[in-house]
Design a protein around this ligand. Structure first.
Ligand SMILES: [Zn+2]
Ligand SMILES: [Zn+2]
Length: 143
């Protein structure tokens, strides 16, 4: 399954004319395997032993390239560092208040909310983000 997604992602890179370097390949593979919405720093730490010449900035640059061609989504949370999500289908997030873990879940897209918001505010609504917060299963079992 993740092999298939990796192949598809590599095809998207190729089609966009992006050179596939060993680092890019590794960053992409890590993102697809992890499903944990890592930060650039997480990715850097996971791969630094394999690529001693890589810096956090390189990881960021690769992530920016992936974002621009629609392979990943960047999730920003105020001051804390962005998390990267390679699941680009419509989905929502549950976020643990204790450990910060982000877990995907699916729910029929809230189109009515967007159209109501347009009526009420006069905005042209382009998208929305919804998150639920709480304590994850793992943290619950530790208490
Ligand atoms: Zn947790
Ligand atoms: Zn996600």
């Amino acid at each position: 399954m993740s092999d298939h997604r990796l192949r598809e992602a590599l095809d998207t890179l190729k089609d966009s004319g992006v050179r596939i370097t060993p680092q890019r390949h590794a960053v992409l593979e890590f993102l697809i395997d992890s499903m944990s919405h890592p930060t650039a720093d997480d990715i850097y730490k996971a791969l630094e032993s394999k690529f001693p010449n890589m810096s956090v900035a390189t990881v960021y640059n690769n992530l920016r390239v992936f974002r621009e061609i629609g392979l990943v989504r960047e999730l920003t949370y105020g001051d804390s560092s962005s998390r990267f999500d390679c699941n680009t289908s419509e989905h929502y997030h549950a976020i643990c208040n204790n450990c910060g873990k982000i877990v995907d879940f699916h729910y029929p897209s809230l189109d009515e909310v967007e159209s109501l918001a347009e009526q009420v505010t006069g905005f042209d609504v382009s998208n929305h983000r919804m998150e639920v917060y709480g304590i994850c299963e793992e943290c619950k079992s530790k208490h």
